[in-house]
Design a protein around this ligand. Sequence first.
Ligand SMILES: Nc1ncnc2c1ncn2[C@@H]1O[C@H](COP(=O)(O)OP(=O)(O)OP(=O)(O)O)[C@@H](O)[C@H]1O
Ligand SMILES: O=P(O)(O)OC[C@H]1O[C@](O)(CO)[C@@H](O)[C@@H]1O
Length: 361
Amino acid sequence: MASPALPEISKPKIVDGPGGYVLEDVPHLTDYIPDLPTYPNPLQDNPAYSVVKQYFVHVDDSVPQKVVVHKDDPKGIHFRRAGARQKVYFHSDDVHACIVTCGGLCPGLNTVVREIVCGLHHMYGVKKVLGIDGGYKGFYAKNTVYLNPKVVNDIHKRGGTILGTSRGGHDTSKIVDSIQDRGINQVYIIGGDGTQRGAALIFEEIRRRGLKVSVAGIPKTIDNDIPVIDKSFGFDTAVEEAQRAINAAHVESESFENCIGLVKLMGRYSGFIAMYATLASRDVDCCLIPESPFYLEGPGGLFEYIEKRLKEDEHMVIVIAEGAGQELLSQSIQSTTDASGNKLLQDVGLWISQSIKILLI
Ligand SMILES: Nc1ncnc2c1ncn2[C@@H]1O[C@H](COP(=O)(O)OP(=O)(O)OP(=O)(O)O)[C@@H](O)[C@H]1O
Ligand SMILES: O=P(O)(O)OC[C@H]1O[C@](O)(CO)[C@@H](O)[C@@H]1O
């Protein structure tokens, strides 16, 4: 429980400005540690940066939630812009950082780990970076490994995460005990929505104990479904790989009469991978995504379209994101969850291929 004297951080920190400008801010060390000393950012002495005119993000820069607005609309919700600041709150020699990867795998996890280690080392002169093994639980249940540019040099060429990962619950208090015992003061947490909820609770506990420990959440989603960032890491690789499956399905479908190539792609709640792979491949006749409900039978249904395409072309390729059509097949089957409480989806690929086979008999 947070101390009653402190503002509740589980609620967004809202700052109102003129013209309907709203900043949904992130919590910061200075919220609960007054008069924290600052230091000049070591990047200012780095030749690669100092030649560039504007390389620090202004403290008041923000990013709008909505790109498209009407001229009469209020300025609306904004988020604080990430990036290097002119002043920092840690002296490089005092930093003891750690990195943890949690939740499911995503291409690029090792690249992100490598960039944190190399960035801290080469750009900020930070020498102590600890890797936490096996996700959140690893803080108190596993060994740790010290990371430096040499250790991480080749890891971006490997899949997965060299740190290991996990799902399932964890003990926030034990994590903060471990952070405190090890003298860690910067925590870099790479993971999806569940992980970031966990990170908020870790920061809340750190704040409750009044520790000078920064927590930085690095969003991981292969689905590219975070609106305010340009692109989530791993998405391009997923789209690229998806096209290989689509190519194979297309070759196979062309080789047999009335053959349908069916490709199920990732995407629990969003169809970006399916849509981008579809648009890039040009071989897909139909793309089914969670955002757009569909039905099988009757006018305008999938079966009608399949019959039309087979009549015209004698083959077709269908792409389906794994979260599409879940409402059509989940009614009769009891839903289950994974170790973290995420709903396990029904296999829409199997269901739709069986339904099509019955149609074509
Ligand atoms: N609501 C939550 N509150 C606090 N911690 C959570 C919550 N949900 C999940 N976590 C923690 O975060 C870790 C990872 O969560 P989860 O398995 O849901 O993956 P994720 O971060 O959502 O990534 P993915 O997108 O791959 O599912 C878990 O080990 C769990 O301890
Ligand atoms: O199979 P797992 O490990 O539950 O995770 C896969 C799913 O995670 C997600 O990326 C959601 O975070 C889905 O789009 C994806 O299909």
